[in-house]
Design a protein around this ligand. Structure first.
Ligand code: HGY
Ligand code: MN
Ligand code: MN
Length: 419
């Protein structure tokens, strides 16, 4: 049963699981549900209880990924899986990740209530800690499941309070010491489909109900630290300065010019975090740390963008007498999605009379990690408000979410029949 009222109830329930935003000066500061936090576990628990009430078998792995499974008739088959994530960025919207989990929940409910008999097991999966907002590493849960990240990495990843991912996992009742032994096996998975909001304007602008993703952008994330000389803003002549923030501004300008250049159409570069020391009105910044997030649908262009930014750092540092350190935070290549799942999603849209286009994903997703384990597909539903996301202004129609859930179910059904 693909019920809009139930979908709306789930959206409200997940949105209510949020930290209060004490720093917020805006009317609606959005959702804060950090990965590897007790709040994220509360959201998983709600998911688990809903799926258990439908009679699905529940398991939670050492990384905190929740898996609800409806057994199939053929025990030798790998699972057909769908799902997404329930953690959020700081001041997030109500749909990023959540939409895909709700779509999976609706699909499972429909299978149970329609008493459908599947050959493959049907698994609804909620990945832990997909956002890099807390530990600067995206897709932590799915990376642990697939072995792209291991236990030793968990000690290296820290949040802004200096808490390691390993400590955070223990604090919310998970078992980081077992993640390496609990890696998922390829043979257990037939295919994975993730429904997600587009987080861009195209579907709404083109007036279509869905998007079938062809390729998921890769991402390279860096921290650049510039050391100059803090000094008096009045007494220090311009030509004698070693201004770390001015250096950061030069680097960001060069990075943006590079990404805006028509020669690099798929490249996107963002500096979302910048720290300045000592941070005084009348002191030239002596130290500056800035994040760089590079996205591209081509691995070669992604690498070229990183090299161009590294050159810009060297140039700015030399010109301004700064020392510069570039710390790699994370990297994942772009992922071309498998034809089978894409064709199943396209045909499911046609079966249901749902308008769709093929498009790339600008954002990263757990699907690009699961693609290393099994054939994987992604279905987008429209993002309204100009496609804004990672913001309280994120907006999608519940009716589009339910339509997407129908397509997700129909595509999985096709894959169950081998079509
Ligand atoms: O950063 C991303 O692209 C995603 O929201 N994790
Ligand atoms: Mn996100
Ligand atoms: Mn997401």
């Amino acid at each position: 049963m693909f019920n809009e009222d139930l979908a709306a109830h789930y959206l409200d329930t997940f949105a209510s699981l949020s930290l209060p935003d004490n720093q917020s000066t805006t009317k609606d500061s959005g959702v804060i549900r950090w990965g590897m936090s007790l709040l994220e576990r509360e959201a998983h628990t709600f998911f688990q209880e809903e799926m258990r009430s439908l009679g699905l078998d529940l398991s939670v792995d050492a990384a905190g990924n929740s898996i609800a499974t409806l057994p199939g008739s053929d025990p030798d088959c790998g699972a057909l899986a769908c799902g997404s994530h329930l953690d959020s960025v700081y001041r997030a919207g109500r749909y990023d990740g959540i939409a895909g989990v709700i779509a999976a929940m609706l699909a499972a409910r429909h299978v149970v209530e329609s008493e459908e008999r599947w050959r493959h097991p049907l698994s609804c999966v909620v990945f832990a800690c997909e956002e890099s907002a807390r530990f600067s590493q995206a897709c932590l849960g799915s990376r642990l499941a697939t072995g792209l990240t291991s236990r030793s990495d968990l000690r290296r990843l820290h949040d802004a309070q200096g808490i390691s991912a390993e400590e955070a996992m223990k604090e919310c009742g998970l078992c980081p010491e077992e993640v390496d032994e609990q890696r998922w096996r390829t043979e257990d998975w037939e295919a994975f489909l993730e429904l997600h909001i587009e987080q861009g304007p195209r579907l709404d602008e083109e007036g279509v109900q869905a998007g079938v993703v062809e390729v998921i952008s890769g991402s390279t994330r860096l921290r650049i630290t510039l050391e100059g000389i803090a000094s008096h803003s009045g007494g220090t002549p311009m030509e004698l300065r070693h201004d770390a923030l001015a250096g950061a501004a030069e680097i960001l300008r060069a990075a943006e010019d590079y990404a805006r250049d028509a020669a690099h159409p798929g490249t996107r570069v963002t500096c979302g975090v910048i720290d300045v020391e000592p941070g005084g009105l009348t002191t030239i910044p002596g130290r500056c740390s800035m994040s760089i997030d590079i996205r591209d649908t081509s691995a070669e262009s992604q690498r070229a963008a990183r090299e161009a930014i590294e050159d810009a750092v060297a140039t700015a540092a030399a010109r301004r007498g700064l020392s510069a350190t570039i710390t790699p935070l994370s990297h994942v290549d772009p992922e071309e999605l498998a034809l089978g799942p894409r064709q199943a999603l396209r045909n499911a849209c046609r079966d249901l009379g749902v308008s769709f286009i093929d498009l790339p994903s600008g954002a990263s997703h757990d699907a690009q990690i699961m693609a290393r384990l099994c054939p994987t597909g992604m279905l987008f539903i429209p993002s309204l408000n100009g496609g804004v996301s990672h913001s309280p202004d994120e907006l999608s129609r519940v009716s589009d979410l339910v339509t997407g859930a129908r397509v997700l179910h129909a595509a999985l059904r096709r894959l169950d029949h081998g079509a």
